[in-house]
Design a protein around this ligand. Structure first.
Ligand SMILES: Cc1ncc(C[n+]2csc(CCOP(=O)(O)OP(=O)(O)O)c2C)c(N)n1
Length: 250
């Protein structure tokens, strides 16, 4: 019989706690596939965030460390500097990375720490019940913006990837999405490239992944995927935002 499906070895054989239609699970799988493909499970150390992915340490079979809210880049910096031969990644939501942890990610990127950040942008604080995040779209209703995000009072969403790409430190920054198969394939390529750049010592790498939160968005999983496509993509355009290798080839 031909085997058509195999769980990546870097992914533990346990059920996850994620809501139906949440794309954290897809993103976990992509990271695990890349870790398997690069054969680095024994030397990979992930840093779990505070947010819905707080239990990520239960889902990956590589070493994992838990960080305080937003502090994953600082924790990852320490790990990587002590274990320079390891592959270190942080896994962070938009509340974690773009709000309370904004300073940490900016300075880790500016220092060009040799780490890979997986930035899961679902435009909301999922774990705590759907509060407005720095990436919440204008007009979107959340528990802290019940009439919709009003940019005159609550400001505009932050495009973290573009902002970090202005720094000299990052080697690779891409924004991808997992709302359909073609984009899942592209997301996997970007994650792999980020890990490869880290292993080659090229500098700080970050992959922002547009994600869903049907529970707190108050819509169905299918509607959530459609919202990513029709509403998030125009505000957060996909693509490789910085790639030091592409720059050199020009
Ligand atoms: C120091 C501190 N402040 C606030 C919180 C409460 N808190 C837990 S998760 C979270 C936001 C999570 O949102 P996000 O990072 O976008 O991840 P998601 O849950 O959407 O995946 C907040 C504010 C906390 N745990 N610690």
């Amino acid at each position: 019989m031909v085997k058509v499906f195999e769980r990546p070895k870097a992914l533990a054989d346990v059920p996850t706690h994620y809501c139906p239609g949440c794309t954290h699970g897809i993103i976990h799988r992509l990271i695990a596939e890349v870790i398997d493909e690069l054969g680095i499970v024994d030397k990979t150390i992930g840093v779990a965030p505070v947010g819905c992915a707080v239990l990520a340490y239960n889902y990956f079979t590589c070493d994992m460390q838990q960080a305080a809210h937003g502090r994953a880049p600082a924790v990852a910096t320490g790990i990587k500097r002590v274990c320079p031969d390891s592959a270190v990644f942080t896994y962070q939501g938009d509340g974690d990375l773009a709000s309370i942890g904004c300073a940490e990610i900016v300075h880790a990127a500016a220092r060009s720490e040799q780490i890979t950040t997986i930035f899961v942008n679902n435009g909301i604080y999922g774990m705590t019940g759907g509060q407005m995040a720095p990436t919440t779209l204008p007009g979107d209703k959340t528990t802290t913006s019940p009439y919709g995000r009003d940019t005159s009072k609550q400001g505009f969403p932050i495009r973290i990837s573009e902002m970090l790409a202005t720094l000299d430190g990052p080697a690779y920054i891409a924004r991808v999405s997992v709302h359909n198969v073609a984009n899942i394939v592209r997301a996997r390529k970007a994650i792999k490239k980020a890990f490869e750049y880290q292993l080659a010592g090229k500098g700080f790498t970050l992959v922002e992944i547009l994600s869903t939160c049907p529970t707190n968005w108050g819509i169905t999983p299918i509607e959530a995927l459609n919202k990513v496509k029709s509403e998030m993509l125009p505000y957060f355009p996909l693509g490789e935002i910085k790639d030091i290798e592409a720059g050199e080839k020009k």
